[in-house]
Design a protein around this ligand. Structure first.
Ligand SMILES: Cc1ncc(C[n+]2csc(CCOP(=O)(O)OP(=O)(O)O)c2C)c(N)n1
Length: 282
């Protein structure tokens, strides 16, 4: 039983939704204070992180963040670092006071995460398309060393335009890497437009299946369903798992939801107040 598991047993779906709501309020504030972009991208994947870290899906110990047996979570869409930092601080990987330094000169909380800068950050990210290959390497290393951990890679739909994603997608089933999970935050936007118009991905689930993965379409804001699937890894099929998490960019704030201007826009003080009012956070 891990620290995460023992806490999460007490949490109801409502508790978890409250955690997400509060996290969203604080992430909006972080974007404003730190003058940081990618707010819509960060709000999009909050529920995925909450399901993983609060849903009993991970074998982790925040006070022993480099235990060889730990499960690994890789944020391949590194531009959503605010969500990663927020949840790691909440779980006690590092002091919450450090969040104030996000995106400031000299801070370890860089706009894109750096391996080794903070406990709980498992890879350097920023250049999209690398996380799945890194995660596959880690998954295979675990198997070679007979250490039974799982690797969860949080990716984006735009990222699936990168050829490197599909090289790893081909290799993982060939290696029967059933301890590897790709979670695609499928909010249907990229930096400059609709994913489907820039390079069509659909039918995405069938693509992963045809490469030899167990693939699932899921509502990426339904924390209960996310937990159900994420806690069943490996699923017994001998295949890696791809979860197509259907999400809304900017989720939780009415005037940011599905508005891709919030990929780059930074909220002003008035917008922060309005957003926090909607989210019912002080
Ligand atoms: C290889 C690479 N090319 C370009 C970028 C610049 N960039 C940052 S975010 C982004 C796209 C964002 O769309 P998506 O990946 O779908 O994630 P979302 O923000 O919608 O969650 C791009 C192109 C990058 N980070 N890496």
């Amino acid at each position: 039983m891990t620290e995460t598991n023992s806490h999460s047993k007490l949490k109801t779906n409502k508790d978890l939704m409250d955690i997400s709501r509060k996290m969203r309020g604080e992430i909006v504030e972080m974007s404003h204070t730190a003058d940081a972009m990618h707010l819509g991208s960060s709000l999009s994947c909050v529920d995925i992180f909450v399901a993983l870290y609060y849903g009993g899906c991970l074998n982790i110990d925040p006070k022993n963040a480099s235990l060889p047996t730990r499960d690994r979570v890789l944020l391949s869409k590194g531009h959503a670092s605010m969500t990663l930092y927020k949840i790691l601080a909440e779980k006690g990987f590092f002091p919450k006071s450090l969040l104030k330094t996000f995106n400031k000169s000299g801070s370890h909380l860089t706009e894109h995460p750096n391996l080794g800068a903070l406990p709980g950050v498992e890879m350097t990210a920023g250049s999209l398309g690398h996380g799945l290959s890194v995660g596959l390497g880690m998954a295979l290393a675990g198997r070679i060393r007979s250490v039974p951990y799982n690797v969860f890679v949080i990716m984006s739909d735009g990222e699936c335009n990168e050829g490197s994603v599909w090289e790893a997608a081909m290799l993982a089933p060939a290696q029967k890497a059933d301890n590897l999970v790709a979670i695609i935050d499928f909010n249907r936007w990229q930096a400059t437009g609709r994913s489907e118009k820039i390079m069509a991905l659909n039918p995405l689930k069938e693509k992963w299946e045809s490469f030899g993965w167990s693939a699932y379409d899921i509502d990426g804001h339904d924390i209960g369903s996310l937990i159900k699937i994420l806690s069943a890894v490996p699923d017994g099929s001998g295949k890696p798992m791809a979860i197509i998490a259907h999400t809304i960019k900017g989720k939780g704030v009415s005037f940011m939801e599905d508005d891709n201007n919030w990929h780059y826009r930074i909220p002003n003080a008035e917008e922060v107040k309005k957003a926090k009012g909607e989210l019912k956070v002080p």
